[in-house]
Design a protein around this ligand. Structure first.
Ligand SMILES: C[S@@+](CC[C@H](N)C(=O)[O-])C[C@H]1O[C@@H](n2cnc3c(N)ncnc32)[C@H](O)[C@@H]1O
Length: 259
């Protein structure tokens, strides 16, 4: 399991974080997250990857514990944040977050599809365990790959790959190719996340991430079309909230209920 992303750890930033699409999509996420942060907060970041957000968060909150299942990802992340005194890193499976108790947090943050590696049963447990780790009124902010991505339907339909165009509708896991390795992936609509979380959380908001800005596998297509991409990013700023599930990802912000 930890091997699934380890082989991309050293290339991940070049393949996603530092691409034009990666930058636009992360920018959209962080613009949503920033106004909700408080300087005295303790944040748990799960599936932190190469630690791009951990470093950014550490400049805005009191402490960050950034975790990932892949020791290789964590090693890259540690290097990047070497000068930050309020960030700690750890190897942690999303399925074992209860092992962090009795620590508690004000925000649990998962960016860019780490939770799509969990089955519905695992995801339900993750949400339940997150509730226990959050302080009263704490937030769970999740960036998840949805089911109805317009770009994906358009791109694969034009290529004549009808099955791929529908892959996000699949009930069971889909094998996503991550640099030559198959990673079982489950897609979730915002409605499905709400159904899984309704007992423990109430929804604050859900917003599309990458509705007009395409999925990162189309970076090569946009590499010489900076103006078009900029226009897409501008369109995304119009915040077409009802269309969260039609974007590449969506951000859903949930507030802990007192249950
Ligand atoms: C697409 S990357 C996202 C990385 C990072 N959050 C970002 O914004 O760039 C998905 C990450 O999820 C991690 N991951 C996958 N399954 C996991 C699990 N069961 N527990 C913890 N991390 C996991 C992978 O190792 C990988 O670093």
């Amino acid at each position: 399991m930890s091997e699934q992303f380890s082989h991309v750890a050293t290339d991940y930033d070049a393949q996603f974080t530092h691409t034009k699409i990666g930058r636009y999509q992360r920018g959209q996420v962080l613009r949503e997250v920033e106004p909700m942060l408080k300087p005295d907060w303790h944040v748990l970041e799960v599936n932190c990857g190469t630690g791009e957000d951990a470093r950014w968060l550490s400049e805005r909150v009191k402490s960050v514990l950034a975790t990932d299942i892949s020791p290789e990802m964590v090693a890259v992340a540690k290097q990047k944040a070497a000068e930050k005194s309020n960030v700690e890193f750890g190897v942690l499976d999303l399925n074992n977050i209860e092992s962090l108790a009795p620590q508690t947090f004000d925000l649990i943050f998962s960016n860019f599809g780490g939770l799509n590696c969990l089955s519905p049963e695992e995801l339900a447990l993750f949400i339940q365990k997150s509730h226990a780790l959050l302080n009263p009124g704490g937030l769970l902010m999740l960036v998840i790959m949805g089911r109805n991505t317009l770009w994906e339907k358009l791109y694969f339909s034009l290529k004549g790959e009808k099955e791929k165009a529908k892959r996000r509708q699949s009930v069971g896991p889909v094998m996503a190719h991550v640099d030559g390795k198959d990673v079982p992936t489950w897609y979730y609509s915002p409605k499905e996340i709400l159904a899984l979380s309704t007992k423990h959380f109430k929804k604050r908001k859900s917003v599309p991430i990458g509705l007009f800005v395409a999925p990162s596998y189309l970076e090569h297509f946009f590499s010489n079309k900076s103006l078009v991409l900029r226009f897409c990013a501008l369109m995304d700023e119009f915040w077409l909230v009802p269309f969260a599930d039609f974007a590449d990802h969506y951000l859903i912000c949930l507030e802990k209920k007192a249950v």
